[in-house]
Design a protein around this ligand. Structure first.
Ligand SMILES: C[S@@+](CC[C@H](N)C(=O)[O-])C[C@H]1O[C@@H](n2cnc3c(N)ncnc32)[C@H](O)[C@@H]1O
Length: 263
């Protein structure tokens, strides 16, 4: 854990700042939305598109089950999950995201909001969740070892017979963008000086948004699909589907056997 201490602090600080500036924008800026209603509607659409078909195919009845929303943000997907599942754990590293989500979804009494330590799922018990869903989160974890550790942890908290449906990215060339991101963030820091010295009327009011945009905690990072499937299989899960059609949005669906195989 100690080797990731700095990174954990950066992830938590950056996401807290994004939550305070404009949580919904930083959560799914590419999808575009006009209002908070639209924002939550997009969560409903994503759950219906990416999760529900697998539940149906596997014959799982959500109203009986407990779901984990890993990297829940302000509950865009948790809200849609809460309408279907018996109980939902909305899990995130950022206290500010969780607080906003909790306030927005106060009426959903089957959601438990849990803050993670940025490293593992140690505050969740083994086999405590029947379905794990994660979208637009693993791709932002800047260290592949940490992201893989989370995948192993998901296998641990998944109950026998349970299913995990997680999205990640694999665009190795995209790593080159790191140079661009570093340069942008340096320039942005210089602009702080400008902001400080310049007369008030010259200062850009929306400057803060840009500052938290060009950071490695918002870049897309790569996880090799073969490594993820190997890890999941090594944890005893059966890979039901690996969809690599869009390398930016790879989906892995894996199921834990109802009875652990003795080997
Ligand atoms: C782009 S948002 C996606 C939120 C949500 N999954 C959705 O689609 O609406 C990424 C979320 O992951 C959370 N996150 C980032 N790193 C994390 C970590 N190491 N552990 C838990 N959550 C993390 C951030 O705080 C943020 O809320």
């Amino acid at each position: 854990m100690t080797q990731f201490n700095d990174l954990v602090l950066t992830m938590r600080t950056d996401w807290n700042r994004r939550a305070e500036l404009d949580a919904a924008h930083f959560i799914c800026s590419e999808q575009g939305y006009q209002s908070l209603d639209d924002f939550f509607h997009s969560g409903e659409r994503d759950v219906e598109r990416y999760l529900v078909p697998h539940l149906r195919r596997l014959g799982l009845e959500p109203e009986m089950l407990r779901a984990l929303d890993f990297g829940c943000g302000i509950g865009r997907l948790s809200a849609a999950l809460a309408r279907r599942f018996r109980a939902v754990t909305a899990f995130d590293i950022s206290a500010a995201m969780l607080a906003r989500g909790q306030a927005l979804l106060a009426a959903a009494d089957n959601i438990t909001w849990v803050q993670g330590n940025g490293f593992d799922l140690s505050n969740l018990a083994d086999a405590s969740h029947d379905v794990i869903f994660s979208y637009l989160t693993l791709q932002h974890v800047p260290d592949a070892r940490l992201a893989m550790h989370y995948v192993a942890e998901m296998c641990r908290v998944l109950s026998p017979g349970g299913v995990m449906c997680v999205q990640f990215s694999y665009r190795p060339l995209y790593a080159l963008r790191r140079w661009y991101v570093t340069l942008r963030s340096r320039l942005t820091r210089l602009r702080w000086l400008w902001r400080w010295l310049a007369p008030r009327r010259w200062r850009r009011r929306r400057y803060g948004r840009e500052e938290v945009m060009y950071m490695e905690t918002l870049m897309q990072h790569s996880l090799p699909p073969q490594s993820v499937t190997r890890l999941v299989r090594a944890q005893g899960l059966i890979v039901e589907m690996l969809d690599t059609t869009d390398p930016a949005y790879i989906w892995l669906v894996a199921r834990k056997p109802a009875h652990a195989c003795a080997d």
